[in-house]
Design a protein around this ligand. Sequence first.
Ligand code: ADP
Ligand code: MG
Length: 701
Amino acid sequence: MRKRKESPAVDPQLQPASTLPGVGPAVAEKLAARGLLHVQDFWFQLPLRYEDRTRLTPVAALRPGMTAQVLGRVVAVERGFRGRPTLRIVVADDSRGGLALRFFHFNRAQLAQFAPGRRILCFGEARPGLHGLEMVHPSYRLLAEDAVVVPGDRLDPVYPTVDGIGPASFARLVDAALQRLPDAATLELLPADACARLGLPGLREALLLAHRPPPGDELAGFADGSHPALRRLALEELLAHTLSLRRQRVALRRHGAAAVRPGSRLAKDLRGRLKFALTGAQQRVLQEIAGDIARPEPMLRLVQGDVGSGKTVVAALAAADVVAAGHQVALMAPTELLAEQHLANFRAWFDALGVEVAWLAGKVTGRARTATLARIADGRAQIVVGTHALMQQQVAFAGLALAIVDEQHRFGVHQRLALRDKGLAGDRVPHQLVMTATPIPRTLAMSAYADLDVSVIDEMPPGRTPVTTVAVNADRRGEVVARIQAACAEGRQAYWVCTLIEDSEEVEAQAAQSTFELLGTALPGLRLGLLHGRMKPAEKQAVMARFKAGELQLLVATTVIEVGVDVPNASLMIIENAERLGLAQLHQLRGRVGRGAAASSCVLMYKGPLSAMARERLEVMRASTDGFLIAEKDLELRGPGELLGTRQTGLAAFRIADLGRDAALLPHVQEIADALLAQDPQVADRLVARWVGAAARFAGA
Ligand code: ADP
Ligand code: MG
């Protein structure tokens, strides 16, 4: 007997969007641009809000701010001109009181409809106007005398707009997709008791509730995410993402890796040459890494440590063991500036030990590049430091056994995987060590890094004095300039960071340039330097070197210095427009000072008036220097999407879940994930396909 052919139509969740009525190629393309590829994608496209047309509200009962449906008659039509043509339609019903509908855009045909005496059904928000309440551009329908108005029995969903598709058509598509929802038992993938235990509905019920809530339902719960239907959906989405990451990890662990014996002579020599002793936290994390790379399966470890906690040297000591065992190490940093600094550190540590440290960045071209590529390919380059240039196709390693990625939050998960693939040799992959200074609250780390083990360097090297932070209105610039003068007179150095809202390197560079000139005039005795993203790499490097050597006293820079720049003698940080920056970025910038023994300070300059959020952020910065506490606050204030960056893991791009809001679900997510992976891996696969789909397939593993 022939085997029945597997058709994608068998599984309604994977039917393409083009099977929905009215979806031709052009519409399908617009939908695809929004990630709406399959019928199931419409199920998970929840409304932004709801409109309650299930009731009629008497005009007299309207209150300012109320969104309501009114059935009445047109009593007056007034055309006016207030800067532009306006149309005012006065509506009344049997109750006492009046309501005006106001239009700023209207056409002749519309105008002709509004004859006094006509019945009208309108829906909108009542706001106080010049003469009583009015609705601006309400939705409305003129009714025949004998038309019967039957209010709906469900709230009307309002979906996010999809370019080129009208709201009504889009709502019809969602309706059609929901018609194809399988019965509850077929649709459900979560273990039966999981939802019941949490008091959450099944998937089918949750979806129907979220798309078409009955009147009287707790609408506030949809807005703040506390509604059981939303929590149910968030639970499943978080679970699917966790499963996807766990599966990647399991798949990776199936590969082998070079087992590296720790405690090499080389590492001991390096350690002996350091001018400081490792902190307890550094030693502990180093041991965790050593334990991982001693095994013949790939390490996948994230090292979190606040700015200045000393992650680099830990990476270098791990690298030493790997090099001693005859393998190669790659260290990738997100910016050239940071990569260069690592290069300088690694060369200072390794040159004297006879280890070759190669350099590969975009700017390494021509013959130098060819030569470097050759040394990487034949293994003479034992450690390779660079930017994402390391991931380019032409780069081939002789035997990459450890890939270190610094400041992970700047890289996406795919880039991390690309570097790992550089080390694919037979069935072997490199050990991966990821370092980040973005402290991530534990609950979040569990989900965001479900594919990684996490180590934390939670201790600062001794002898650091905490940075004092003040917030100063920008109109007190003169005092700030005097502070710079004073600090430099004491032999210290300072940063002045220019920030802008626009994400334009060019505009930012210009601002830095003019600030540089202004400060040059205001501080005639000082040696100033300028650093921005528009400068040539060699220029940047030269400026950085002069600042590091103490030749420059004040460095005017853009946020290019945010990550990793390390000049211990700098003790004053001025941040302009601090009110516009998020906590994570402020913390990173502030971390450039407080690296030496001198007392350091950070001046957050702002332009008033401050929003409540900005005020709170500045206050958090003033009150704390603890990166983890600041991260918790950041999570509270901004949500995890911002904290992790959407490029982070793809994980922040949830459709429904919100890691901050739904943090309480995470322990349950872990528990269900464990159970499913152990007992029902096929169900786990279906969950991943349902929610993560193409993205997970792309990431592969
Ligand atoms: P981050 O964790 O922010 O990357 P770095 O690795 O750049 O921090 O280290 C910050 C500074 O602290 C560097 O100058 C480094 O040499 C120094 N450092 C690292 N570990 C110690 C230690 N145990 N004692 C003293 N200084 C240390
Ligand atoms: Mg660093």
